[in-house]
Design a protein around this ligand. Structure first.
Ligand code: NOJ
Length: 455
């Protein structure tokens, strides 16, 4: 056992695991749920690894009670999950689905009975297909649609849920879904990307304001993907390419919320966002989040590339760099989390929480256990880096491992396994991995803690 203990992070440090509705729930048509863009996208041929889909995922919709028991038995006290918008509002608006609301009531109540704090993400990518039919994130009407949805959620669940996150990784769902077309809804090009960026930024601010107006004591955050970027060389062209990519990947959605506007100076193509800006938008994008969720998995090496439109920057693939890689093909580089914490600390944010970090492997069981020593080693190294940042006065208040159980990893299907718990997908059998047992032992050393902010 490594010398590091959970208590080293302080008695109020918040330890948890993260999940998302489409990746675990399954039951895409159960009890009145409407289709989401991910239901549609995964059923179009050639979009997902081996044409897999989330129809079953982990069947959390049916197995949530046992899964939460298991989670509790590992000593996990904070559970981050997302609400599926079309399970609650099958057509996105107007007609509510009481059975869907009941499901989340049961999940929340089960958490509380087990002394687990529920952390809700309002939007983790599964937009109702009915709203996509009207343009989805490219349509400014989404500001109204989102308000209706958020209002309903806080009114239904706000009596028991204190921790709220507005959006999950807006850069990824707009970039992959509305620019590259590799995620749902599969749209491409700047004409989709730019309005999607602007409307997501507005919803991030508006969502925060709405939760605050309904629930004055809620603890509100939003979560951001980020990559630690290093320039391939000291050449000016590579350095500038790195700062363009930094503006895109690490600053685009956070800076407007902080009142700094879009990072147009470093990424001039973003000036075209002004075409979508209306009066008082800049004000509405601002929200004073109680915490900022950081989601970091790797480092990237950036080089100039004239042929890449708008950004003229490219990533040097991890496979070409002879570095250790995960099942996602990402470099395994625990130190990246330290650099990202230091970077975001420069904005004087009150509280940073690592709302996702983890390692994907191709774990398979052998003689009744999953021996994922590489994950344990990774966790030890990552946590040492988190502690290093904390000791340098970075206000990092929590760490959520991605993810509790092997699940549906979007375009990569079921191939990469991130979980602390193995899922035998066909039979839906769970088996705690060695890393899950390690995590359990690690957490036993804390008195814990309900996390920061709680009296
Ligand atoms: C970020 C996303 O929020 C989550 O849905 C995804 O599974 C993990 N990263 C791993 O890629």
């Amino acid at each position: 056992m490594n010398e590091l203990t959970a208590l080293d992070f302080g008695p109020d440090f918040c330890w948890g695991v993260s999940t998302a509705a489409y990746q675990i729930e399954g039951a895409p048509q159960a009890d009145g749920k409407g289709p989401s863009i991910w239901d549609r996208f995964t059923h179009s041929k050639g979009k997902i690894y081996q044409n897999q889909n989330g129809d079953r995922a982990c069947e959390f919709y049916y197995k949530y009670a046992d899964d939460l028991q298991l989670l509790s038995s590992l000593g996990i006290k904070n559970f981050r999950f997302s609400l599926s918008w079309p399970r609650i509002l099958p057509e996105g608006l107007i007609k509510t689905n009481e059975a869907g609301i009941d499901f989340y009531n049961r999940v929340i109540d089960s958490c509380l009975e087990l002394d687990i704090e529920p952390w809700i993400t309002l939007y983790h990518w599964d937009l109702p297909q009915a709203l996509q039919a009207r343009g989805g994130w490219t349509n400014r009407e989404i500001l109204n649609w989102f308000e209706v949805y958020v209002m309903l959620c806080v009114r239904k669940f706000g009596d028991r849920v204190r921790y709220w996150m507005i959006l999950n990784e807006p850069m990824v769902f707009t970039g992959a879904g509305y620019f590259l077309g590799v995620h749902a809804p599969g749209l491409k090009g700047l004409k989709n990307f730019l309005p999607a960026i602007h409307h997501a930024t507005l919803c991030q601010g508006i969502g925060g304001q709405m939760v605050r107006s309904e629930l004055s004591s809620a603890i509100i955050g939003s979560t951001f993907s980020c990559s630690y970027l290093e320039s391939a060389s000291e050449r000016e062209k590579d350095l500038l390419a790195t700062s363009r990519l930094d503006a895109l990947l690490n600053r685009l959605f956070l800076e407007p919320a902080l009142g700094l506007g879009y990072p147009i100076k470093d990424l001039p193509v973003l000036s075209r966002l002004e075409n979508y800006l209306q009066q008082s938008d800049e004000q509405r994008m601002i929200f004073d989040f109680d915490f900022v969720g950081i989601q970091n998995y790797t480092r990237e090496i950036v080089k100039y590339n004239f042929w890449v439109p708008y950004i003229k920057a490219d990533l040097v693939k991890a496979a070409e760099r002879e570095v250790p890689v995960s099942a996602m093909g990402w470099e395994v580089y625990p130190e990246s989390i330290y650099h990202m914490l230091k970077k975001y600390n420069q904005y004087n944010i009150k509280s940073l929480i690592i709302t996702e970090n983890g390692l994907a492997l191709n774990d398979e069981p052998s003689s009744q256990s999953v021996k994922d020593e590489r994950r344990i080693e990774y966790l030890e190294q990552v946590l040492a880096q988190v502690l290093r940042a904390q000791k340098e006065d970075v206000p990092v208040d929590g760490y959520f491992y991605w993810t509790f159980i092997d699940n549906f990893e979007w375009a990569e299907g079921y191939y990469p396994r991130f979980g602390l718990v193995y899922n035998q997908h066909l039979e839906q059998r769970r088996m705690v991995k060695q890393s899950g047992l390690w995590w359990q032992t690690f957490l036993q050393q804390t008195a814990t803690p309900k996390g920061p902010f709680v009296q």
